[in-house]
Design a protein around this ligand. Sequence first.
Ligand code: SAM
Length: 357
Amino acid sequence: MQIESIGIKIRFRDAEALRKTLLSHGVIDTSLDFMRDENHLIIPLTLSKDEIIQLLLSSSTIERFELQVYSFTQKDFQPKNLYEAASKYIPENLHEFIPKAYDVIGEIAVVDIAEEVMKYKKKIGEALYSLFPSLKTIYRKSSAVSGQLRTRGLELIAGEKKCETIHLEHGLSIFVDACETYFSPRLGYEHKRVADLVKEGEVIIDLFTGVGPFPLHIAQNHNATIYAIDINQKAIKCLEKSLLLNKLKGSIKTLHGDCRELMSSLPNADRIIMNLPSYSQEYIDVVCQILKPGGIIHFYQFVATEDGKDRVVSILKQELTKFDWEIKEIIDFHKVRESAPREIHACLEVIITPQST
Ligand SMILES: C[S@@+](CC[C@H](N)C(=O)[O-])C[C@H]1O[C@@H](n2cnc3c(N)ncnc32)[C@H](O)[C@@H]1O
């Protein structure tokens, strides 16, 4: 579209100095394209002719320029975020309900849409789709994470129906089935943080591995042996595909099944990862069977923000006592992320041992 606007015409050799001066005063009309002729640049302005003359007389040594109305081409609108991309489809009184966050898993995005704007879900999907040219699929969350496999309902709102993708996380390629396995890109930092704590030669058991992000991160940089267990066969299949995608220093052994049923086939571990918040306390009997005395566990829980560390320590102590084990040392208590209003997903890292008699 062509727009009539005041513009300043300047010889190319003076153009850069003038552009910088105008930019520093915020008077360039950035919604319009610059124009050129053989020797000149023409810059669209937001001020009137008199205002621009005043400004240039007071702040510039540039004397030879022409000011007049030109017909400029309007730039295509490039939204910077989902709010900007979706707001044109949604009535203004509902703009506050446009989603602010979404998860990108490889070529798939997953967005939570509030009831108030559910009518516009396809438009929100298309807006997100247009924002990231690399996305192929947009789902909305149609239910909360639930059940033993910790998966959620997804409804396609834009793009092609596709579940499998490769997610890049700190230099690793992680094969994910976004429909039938648990995976959260929000845990990327946590996967790396735990991996960085591992020492060479450790034997590690990840009891609830999902598609295996913890083992992959550990094996990326450490010569360690990691047993990766999950009850969801699809998740283990994804991990096996990731093993083919990455060059790893450590060794990952994949095991499909219930970790309690598999414990007799496991070696004693230096470290156990238990990222099954809400239920990890139900598997302390497994830990007491397979952890070396004085080994480390990463015990994950959802906990009210104000209770924090004391609550998680108390849950763990109570469970350990049942099996005559105890906490020897608390190494760290760490907030992984906000999981709900006034609730955090937390990790307690502790050394535990059988109780001394
Ligand atoms: C919250 S996900 C954690 C995934 C992974 N650790 C991560 O950080 O992305 C929990 C996983 O535990 C698995 N799971 C639940 N109960 C299990 C059990 N008894 N034995 C083995 N895996 C189990 C689920 O299938 C799910 O993949």
